[in-house]
Design a protein around this ligand. Structure first.
Ligand code: PGA
Length: 248
């Protein structure tokens, strides 16, 4: 049984006032056995780390550059993220793949940078609606996995999140049978490539996870947690998701 994980991706939401929600989460009785991570906008990393205090909540960033430093206006590097006390970084989110033209090779380079800085990478993969309708979902996802996860990746420093693009922020979620199929495909690919350690990578599901559907999603085989967008913005929504994960 792999350790469970609930990751909140705040995206470009939240000025400092949003930290009150993190404070509420940090003061709640969090269940043992679940790694809880909040990924705020980069401007809040320092203050989020402070708000998390001695609670079990870890902080993550939403992207990093592949280089540790240099003339890259507007970017932040993995060592800079690590310096804030953050321990995770989301990489290859579909919004960055679409909006910033990030390729699988870019994601792999960023994942190598994250590892070098001591951060755990949360690598996002997922098919578009057209790809699913054409029956190509599994092929697309396996190709993304092969090219976005760098050689030498370890289960301690890399987590994979399956996020069907059409389920993100739409209120639609993948069917349990489709999540089962994709996660089984990811697992096969990981064990083919990494041998025994391939069985130890955690696989998260993301895309419109809410308190009302969390239990059903966490009951799916080989789902170890969730990458949560909208429902991670308030303690009122995120805490019940964490509780459902602990109970699964
Ligand atoms: P959502 O976002 O939960 O708002 O659908 C998930 C994500 O993009 O990580």
């Amino acid at each position: 049984m792999l350790r469970k994980m609930a990751v909140g991706n705040w995206k470009m939401h939240g000025g400092a006032a949003r930290l009150a929600e993190l404070d509420r989460m940090a003061r709640a009785q969090l269940p043992e056995g679940v790694d809880v991570v909040i990924c705020p906008p980069a401007t809040l990393l320092d203050r989020a780390r402070a708000a998390a205090g001695n609670s079990a909540i870890a902080i993550g960033a939403q992207d990093c550059h592949a280089e540790p430093e240099g003339a890259f206006t507007g970017d932040i590097s993995a060592p800079m993220i690590a310096e804030t006390g953050a321990r995770y970084v989301i990489l290859g989110h579909s919004e960055r793949r679409a909006g910033h033209h990030e390729t699988d090779a870019d994601v792999a380079a960023k994942a190598r940078a994250a590892r070098a800085a001591g951060l755990t990478a949360i690598i996002c993969l997922g098919e578009s609606e057209q790809q699913r309708e054409r029956g190509d979902a599994l092929d697309v996802i396996r190709a993304q996995l092969a090219a976005s996860v760098p050689d030498g990746a370890t289960p301690e420093t890399l987590v994979v999140a399956y996020e069907p693009i059409w389920a993100i922020g739409t209120g639609r979620t993948a069917e349990p049978k489709d999540i089962t199929e994709v996660h089984a495909g990811l697992r096969d690919a990981l064990t083919d490539r990494f041998g025994a350690s391939g069985a130890a990578f955690r696989l998260l599901y993301g895309g419109s996870v809410k308190p009302g559907n969390a239990a059903e999603i966490f009951a799916v085989a080989d789902v170890h947690g969730a990458l949560v967008g909208g429902a991670s913005l308030t303690a009122g929504d995120f805490l019940p998701i964490i509780a459902a994960l602990a109970d699964a």
